[in-house]
Design a protein. Structure first.
Length: 276
């Protein structure tokens, strides 16, 4: 790990997971997906940078918010949502944070217009009780069929265990969304996701969610295991000039509509905040 004072202090507009993305507290991750599909490995490999100038990072968000007009939207009807962990899993990496997770979340909680959001594949490690907060911070629990997770996310928290943690986190005061990401279109995917939705509904009920289709990079393909390479070849069919592999647009649109059809058999379709 590398400890530094970051000079990259730009808060970025975003209309998907949040209204904006905060500068990185931590850049990099120890998660098991770093060697398969995670975009971080394209730029950073397995290096992890801990940015210690927390005040500067938070103040960047505060200054950005001064020029932002909040309207009720799919992120939140009231608060300006800030993704505080775009380039890491803060739940997994919380022991390495430059200040305690509670204290960093409290900065957003005490701001009259901001609230925080982060995604995780390790909800079992999130023990923080936020019932005393003024507003519920949002955590997005990442799910995919266990069949794919075992290959693409080796040695990570099992999917069924993550689903059970959704209810536990709600009792601790968290607003919990589901993050179906990455969405893998592989032979048999419809049955796999249909079974996943049944488990989610039975164990955790209905929750708002986001859906993001798998992308990959040619350089990652060359380093991946044969099983991972097979999924990627079947899933990501287009390689652009930069080496990024995606689904063809028309093909992807059809597949996403099929995903929504299966999802709507179990949940209200309006619980999907965004899908791409």
């Amino acid at each position: 790990m590398f400890y530094q004072t970051t000079k990259t202090l730009k808060t970025k507009d975003n209309n998907n997971s949040a209204n904006c993305i905060a500068p990185n507290l931590i850049y990099g991750c120890f998660g098991g997906c770093v060697d398969t599909y995670c975009y971080m490995s394209r730029y950073n490999g397995r290096r992890v940078f801990i940015n210690q100038n927390v005040d500067d990072i938070f103040n960047s968000v505060v200054e950005w918010e001064k020029g932002y007009t909040k309207y009720p939207d799919q992120q939140d009807p009231v608060y300006t949502m800030v993704d505080i962990a775009c380039n890491t899993d803060l739940v997994l990496m919380q022991k390495h944070m430059p200040e305690p997770l509670h204290d960093y979340l409290k900065r957003y909680d005490e701001h009259p217009r901001l609230n925080s959001t982060m995604a995780t594949k390790y909800p079992k490690l999130l023990k923080l009780d936020v019932l005393h907060f003024n507003k519920s911070p949002r955590v997005r629990v990442s799910l995919m069929p266990q069949k794919y997770s075992s290959i693409l996310e080796p040695k990570m928290q099992p999917i069924k265990s993550r689903i059970h943690d959704i209810n536990r986190l709600k009792t601790l005061g968290w607003e919990v969304h589901v993050n179906y990401s990455p969405l893998v279109f592989y032979p048999g995917w419809k049955d796999e996701y249909n079974n996943l939705f049944k488990k989610v509904k039975k164990i955790a009920g209905e929750n708002k969610c986001e859906v993001i289709a798998l992308t990959n990079h040619h350089n990652q393909m060359t380093k991946a295991t044969p099983e991972v390479q097979e999924i990627m070849r079947r899933s990501c069919e287009v390689k652009n000039k930069s080496g990024v592999m995606r689904y063809p647009i028309k093909h992807k649109t059809r597949l996403l509509n099929e995903f929504k059809d299966i999802y709507s058999q179990h949940f209200n379709i309006n619980t999907i905040r965004y899908i791409f």
